[in-house]
Design a protein around this ligand. Structure first.
Ligand SMILES: NC(=O)c1ccc[n+]([C@@H]2O[C@H](COP(=O)([O-])OP(=O)(O)OC[C@H]3O[C@@H](n4cnc5c(N)ncnc54)[C@H](OP(=O)(O)O)[C@@H]3O)[C@@H](O)[C@H]2O)c1
Length: 305
């Protein structure tokens, strides 16, 4: 086990090619020596492989960015989603416990049914309403059950320049489609993968390395950008910004049509209210969370040629 103050920690990162994994490779590089593994290097569907990889690497910190994230497909593949999102985090937690390592794991606003009015806090009880959401809620529980030092960062509406996400889909549709109809009755905070990755690195320095290993309380923390919006308003902000940058668009921002969730049927139900209070994270780690628009502008700047 590393002396937290003097030695450089060894960090094992899973899911290193996802939106978040990609950004963590950058943000964790100055925190410690990062062993970044994709599915080939550490298949989260294979508990035996997870155990072997962790035992060989002997990390001080495990950051689990890998996940089954196909929300609608999970309705048909619940067992696959559970293997990766529920069983694997439990195996990582057990292995981390045996090494005395810290586990950083990620979860989602979808663990809530969205029927609460106002912001969800970490003390609210999860009540997932889709297969993906049930698998993520079970993953949180399996980490908590392992009774070791772990932080679970719940985030929402993740986007980045790397990978597939709502922001990139809207950019493509605005360039190619004559009409765009976007759901306007789900509320949440679009959050860039780079913000989640940067806050993770900050938390590791602030709450673990500088404070002495494991000082910040184990458990769940909400980690989302400040402010709130709907998918429709988010789409409009993206397309406005494209227009202002001089892009040739098929759809102008004021031509985007707001619709109800019921007008856009999808296999997995989404929560109407995904607002997450970040007070606990801000108080614990002394972190500032920028507004979602600021994160959006940064990613759009990255995507501009
Ligand atoms: N995306 C969102 O809107 C959102 C919202 C809230 C919370 N979250 C949570 O945030 C975390 C990061 O999500 P993300 O947006 O970065 O997702 P992502 O872009 O879909 O990345 C997930 C990564 O996990 C990898 N993966 C899938 N199955 C695997 C397996 N069996 N073994 C190893 N790796 C595997 C994928 O690898 P392949 O490329 O090989 O498939 C991919 O690189 C997840 O815990 C997710 O639940 C995401």
């Amino acid at each position: 086990m590393t002396d937290c103050k003097t030695n450089i920690p060894k960090i094992l990162l899973t899911g290193a090619n996802g939106q978040l994994g990609f950004e963590l490779r950058r943000s964790l590089a100055p925190v410690g020596e990062v062993l970044a593994l994709d599915r080939k290097g550490c298949d989260l569907a294979r508990p035996d492989m997870i155990r072997q990889v962790v035992r060989q690497a002997r990390p001080d910190i495990i950051v689990n960015a890998g996940a089954y994230t196909a929300v609608d497909k999970a309705e048909l593949e619940e067992a696959a989603a559970f293997a990766i999102n529920a069983v694997a985090p439990g195996v990582l937690a057990e292995e981390a416990r045996d090494l005395g390592a810290l586990l950083v794991h990620y979860s989602t606003d979808y663990v809530f049914n969205g029927e609460k009015s106002g912001y969800y806090s970490e003390s609210d009880t999860p009540n997932p309403v889709s297969a993906y959401a049930r698998s993520k809620a079970a993953g949180e529980q399996s980490v908590l059950d392992a009774d070791m030092q772990a932080w679970i960062f719940r985030t929402s509406w993740v986007f980045s320049a790397h990978g597939s996400n709502f922001l990139k889909t809207m950019m493509r549709l605005a360039r190619t489609k004559e009409t765009l109809r976007v759901v306007n009755d789900q509320f949440g905070a679009p959050t860039s993968a780079s913000l989640v990755a940067d806050v993770t690195a900050h938390a590791l320095r602030q709450g673990w390395l500088h404070a002495g290993c494991g000082r910040a309380e184990r458990g769940v923390y909400h980690l989302v950008a400040s402010g709130e919006t709907t998918w429709f308003e988010f789409a409009r902000a993206i397309v406005e910004r494209m227009r202002d940058a001089g892009e040739s668009l098929k759809v102008q921002p004021d031509q985007i049509v707001p619709i109800l969730s019921s007008e856009f049927p999808v296999p997995a139900r989404r929560p109407a209210n995904s607002r997450l209070s970040t007070e606990k994270l801000r108080n614990t780690f002394g972190v500032h969370l920028p507004e979602w628009r600021q994160c959006m502008h940064y990613v759009l700047d990255q995507l501009e040629d």
